[in-house]
Design a protein around this ligand. Sequence first.
Ligand SMILES: [Ca+2]
Length: 250
Amino acid sequence: MVEAGKTYELTFRAWSTVNRPIRLEYTGRPTPERKFDITADSAVVYRDQFVASESGALKLNFCIGNVDFNGRTTPTVTQTVYFDDVVLREVVEPAVDNNPITDARFTNDLSGWRVHNQGDFQPGAGKALFVAENGEVKATVIQPGWEAWHIQFYKDGVQLTAGTYRLTFDMRGDVERPVLVELSQNNVPVDSKTVNVLTTAQTFEVLLNVPTDGVYKLMFGFGRKAAAGDPNPQTPYNLYLDNVRLVPAP
Ligand SMILES: [Ca+2]
């Protein structure tokens, strides 16, 4: 059963003897279907988040007939498709949350966050399109640029006291590539880390040091650091981000 207005997250594992798209049909979801590309990798957990548009029993239908997903089609060869660990859970926001990163679940939109594309100011520099889709941030990189900061998804006005913080977030990509996370104050970086985003979803955890009490900017840098030898996948490609959380490290 789902209840109108509440947020739910569906997770499942799926794999197939051939790479192919599948389609999930839902009842009670504003957009009543969602497509996924599945591969032979049985470890991949697929995830969808939605706000139920009506109350009632949720009917979930895994459609594995011929599926067309952005031009990717279902191979005609005989194939075996597997599903496992299908879980639907309600996403409950804690009444009191000590996460200073507000609006970090992206259930409906990207409010509270800002974007900087250096490519809007400098020819050929980094540029990406950001949307909230299926309860997460989808960044479509059009031009990777040559510095991580060329493409910024950030929140400013983050009030922090001095100390060490643990930043956690979920990311995956259509391609593998490094992503920068940086804390800065008045445009001066105070700490940063680089994580290597894979095509499978992962929860990343990095420690960031806040030197003094103050107001900070938390930035995800989706540009490509050319001088560091970052890989250069063919554009456009998507990077997905969700569940950003910053808490004092014990
Ligand atoms: Ca979310």
